[in-house]
Design a protein around this ligand. Structure first.
Ligand code: ADP
Length: 521
């Protein structure tokens, strides 16, 4: 017998026409080791059954027709694993079909017509109780399965949280490194060896930032937390920004990039940064899986309704059986060459998810191993009134020198960002906590604040709220700098009063764009 079945669940509930009948059947079953509870009304039967029972044995003489409704409900409202065996002992005049009509089609109901041989009664009860114990075993199995799947979901959630924390912890040290390399790269002293080393460090850092970002995005995908914004985006601008991200890679491997784009601007609705991430990823792969000195091509093709962006290479190609699989998480073509190029096998999963979130499609083609690959994205085209201005005219604006406050309790991050801002021609004041920052703001006519979020005593959110409260500083441009890049973190920062939310490490290009942009009020 199942260990989790208690005595209530092992008993048979009897509804007998007379107390004597009840006592007789009870004794009979007890001799077979089956305990019973004898009831005198159907209401009692239903109450008892709700506490647990192996079987119901009901004499029709003790049943009134209105009782059958309550019984029918009790039998129909059982959990999925349960099918409580119910035996009707019909009086000679009772019509079995009438009961069946009343109760509907419940397979666990059986009928025996009086006079009943004791052997038949015993056999029916034993069969019912056996069947009930099989149901208990099924229940146990289901409970175990549920526990296992709950444990798996729990482990999965912990893994996602771990990934998010890991990415955040990795981002923090990357931040001062990013600013440091940018500063050194700005100081061109004509020493080629020095510049070459710095460029190498720059590339490695970019690669590291990309991996950390991908890790974070994977954890977002698995938790359905990836969000794309919906702006008007010029596809040519996406291509341009994406090419920028692989420029150095192209140079290092002497790969020629050809881009074929229509003369007039082509637009889609979507998220500029995410679309740039998509095309960068494809370009990055095209370079990664090609021989040095080869050629990669990116083509925008637009008809009235659709825009297609294709990234074509002449590299190692993809075997036909892998073409549909490479978009799955952690899938890599199993070849020594693929392995030697590193990677986590998550880039294309992210690419596909982002494209799908834009209502688009992505496909991969290859004529086979060694014959190159083409990845094509299709998005819905949007037509724009030529007179309307686009938001993204970042490049055309010049940066005027500003008085900026940098607030960060991590010294390395604060000092490096301040240095970089000074190099860009701005005046910078530093504060190691929110209180000092507020004191500076009281006395100094500052225009912009870059603030960390996680700081002891008073965090960045509280600082932003304080700044927005005071008339004197309510117009300041506030930029949140955090290691947390979740969309909820962004929303929290904007709610607290920040104009922009940047995820560390902030690149030189991003810093430049923010300094040029006017906050949307
Ligand atoms: P990663 O490149 O980090 O391994 P991706 O998800 O970007 O992960 O790509 C998955 C796999 O698809 C790669 O490991 C590689 O086997 C294959 N692949 C992707 N792009 C190309 C390409 N342009 N040429 C050949 N194989 C590719």
């Amino acid at each position: 017998m199942n260990s989790r079945v208690d005595h209530l669940e092992s008993r048979v509930i009897l509804l007998a026409p007379t107390p004597n009948d009840g006592a007789f059947t009870s004794k009979l079953l007890l001799d077979l080791n089956v305990s019973t509870t004898v009831c005198t009304s159907m209401r009692e039967v239903v109450d008892e059954a709700s506490r647990g029972a192996a079987m119901l044995v009901l004499a029709t003489e003790a049943i009134e027709s209105r009782d059958l409704l309550a019984l029918g409900k009790c039998l129909r409202d059982q959990p999925p694993w349960s099918d409580l065996p119910t035996l009707f002992l019909l009086s000679p005049s009772a019509d079995r079909l009438a009961y069946a009509r009343y109760l509907g089609n419940i397979p666990s109901i059986t009928y025996l017509k009086r006079p009943i041989e004791v052997v038949a009664l015993v056999a029916s009860v034993q069969a019912g109780v056996r069947d009930r114990h099989r149901q208990y075993a099924l229940r146990e199995h289901l409970v175990q399965q549920e526990n296992q799947s709950r444990a798996l979901i729990d482990a999965d959630r912990r893994k996602d949280e771990f990934l998010a924390t890991l990415a955040h912890e990795l981002r923090n040290p990357l931040s001062p490194l990013r600013s440091g390399i940018d500063i050194l790269l700005l100081e061109d002293d004509g020493n080629h060896d020095r510049v070459a080393v710095l460029q190498m460090m720059d590339r490695q850092l970019q690669q590291m930032v990309r991996l950390v970002d991908d890790l974070l995005d994977v954890s977002r995908i698995t938790r359905d937390k990836l969000i794309v914004t919906n702006e008007l985006v010029e596809v040519q601008a996406v291509i341009k920004a994406s090419i920028e991200t692989v420029r150095q890679l192209l140079k290092d491997s002497h790969i020629k990039l050809k881009s074929v784009t229509p003369c007039e601007p082509v637009y889609v609705h979507g998220d500029f940064t995410r679309l740039t991430q998509v095309v960068s990823n494809l370009l990055n792969n095209a370079v990664k899986y090609s021989e040095d000195n080869s050629e990669v091509e990116v083509v925008i093709d637009a008809n009235c309704e659709q825009v297609s962006i294709s990234v074509r290479d002449t590299g190692i190609g993809i075997p036909p059986e892998m073409l549909s699989k490479i978009f799955e998480m952690f899938t890599q073509v199993d070849s020594s060459l693929t392995r030697s190029r590193g990677g986590l096998g998550i880039g294309l999963t992210l690419v596909r998810r982002i494209v799908e979130m834009h209502g688009g499609t992505i496909s991969a083609e290859s004529r086979g191993v060694g014959l190159g690959s083409t990845f094509s994205i299709k998005l819905r085209r949007v037509h724009v009134d030529r007179n309307s201005t686009l938001i993204d005219d970042r490049e055309s604006q010049a940066v005027s020198p500003k008085r900026i406050l940098v607030v960060d309790d991590t010294r390395a991050a604060r000092v490096m960002l301040s240095k970089l801002l000074r190099k860009l021609g701005h005046e910078v004041v530093e504060a190691e906590n929110a209180r000092t920052a507020l004191a500076h703001l009281e006395t100094d006519p500052l225009e912009m604040v870059f603030s960390d979020i996680g700081m002891p005593e008073m965090d960045g959110y509280a600082l932003a709220k304080e700044i927005r409260k005071s008339n004197k500083t309510s117009e300041l441009v506030l930029v949140a700098l955090t290691g947390y890049g979740q969309d909820s973190d962004k929303a929290k920062a904007l709610n607290a009063g920040f104009n922009f939310h940047l995820v560390k490490p902030v690149s030189y290009a991003m810093l430049q764009s923010i300094l040029k942009l006017k906050p949307i009020s």
